[in-house]
Design a protein around this ligand. Structure first.
Ligand SMILES: Nc1ncnc2c1ncn2[C@@H]1O[C@H](COP(=O)(O)OP(=O)(O)OP(=O)(O)O)[C@@H](O)[C@H]1O
Length: 266
């Protein structure tokens, strides 16, 4: 079955066009990195898959169905906003709030709900963090709790919006490996949104690059080359591979933000 299918999809906000007639199809079980500069539409694409943004035209299929809000087959990890971290919730409360998929807040919880929350926290290695307020966790610890939240309901598709933001290279590797292991063992399809390709290289089956309202998708070598990216961004793009790392550069500078501190990511 197809995990996600876009057929000539256009997404707009008012007069602002985010995607223009984009088509692609992602088979089930793949780990796909979603890349592109700030504002390219990565979050908006995920929100469309979740049924939170309706296309102006075209069709989206998610696991063979049209998108619908609260689909329990999808686990979503949004970008962590400061406000959410400061709510004072513990990791356990945050994960428990996701039990039942759409029942955000403080539901009346059963023993089974609590067990589901503990099981998700244990799977990401965060059971010992569960009682602490989210606001006191380190970035890496917090990302684990958020991944646990996305695993509630045994999803078939995980949408992860920048889980690597503000993590150092070792923690980035840890999060990517964790997601890859869980996805393999549960046969989950993954869309993993990131600002840099290198931390994802070992895990990637495909990349989906967004830019100028368009998309390029395929295996890393098929997409991350100067022909495809120059065409996508309508400007000369250079791609260099150094020691197994990939550098994507526009004439005026690097297209992706890189921290030059990771050794041997690929
Ligand atoms: N609800 C909204 N109303 C109007 N414009 C929006 C809305 N949500 C997003 N946008 C705009 O759509 C564009 C794409 O935003 P989006 O957050 O999807 O990009 P992104 O690729 O995820 O960016 P980043 O890498 O910075 O997170 C941006 O210009 C943004 O300002």
């Amino acid at each position: 079955m197809t995990a996600i299918a876009f057929e000539k999809v256009s997404l707009t906000f008012g007069k602002r066009r985010i995607l223009s007639g984009v088509s692609f199809s992602i088979p089930e079980g793949l780990f796909v990195g979603v890349l592109g500069p700030n504002g390219a539409g990565k979050t908006t694409l995920m929100r469309a898959v979740l049924g939170l943004v309706t296309p102006q035209s075209g069709r989206i299929g998610v696991l063979g169905q049209p998108p619908r809000r609260g689909n329990p087959q999808i686990g979503y990890m949004p970008q962590m906003r400061r406000g959410a971290a400061q709510l004072g919730l513990s990791g356990f409360e945050l994960v428990l709030g996701a039990v039942g998929g759409t029942r955000w807040g403080w539901p009346l919880t059963s023993k089974a709900d609590k067990e589901a929350a503990w099981s998700a926290l244990e799977r990401v290695g965060a059971a010992d963090l569960a009682k602490r307020p989210i606001s006191q966790l380190s970035g890496g610890e917090r990302q684990r709790v958020l991944i646990a939240q996305a695993l509630i309901g045994e999803p078939k598709l995980l949408l992860l919006d920048e889980p690597l933001a503000s993590l150092d290279p070792a923690h980035q590797r840890g999060v990517v490996e964790l997601v890859q292991d869980i996805a393999r063992e549960r046969r989950i399809s993954v869309l993993f949104c990131a600002h840099e390709i290198n931390p994802l290289l070992r895990a990637l089956d495909q990349v989906l690059y967004l830019g100028n309202g368009r998309a390029a998708i395929g295996a890393v070598d098929e997409v991350v080359n100067r022909h495809v990216l120059s065409d996508l961004y309508r400007t000369p793009i250079h791609v260099a591979r150094i020691n197994g790392r990939i550098f994507v550069m526009a004439e005026e500078g690097e297209l992706e933000s890189h921290r030059h501190d990771e050794d041997g990511a690929a």
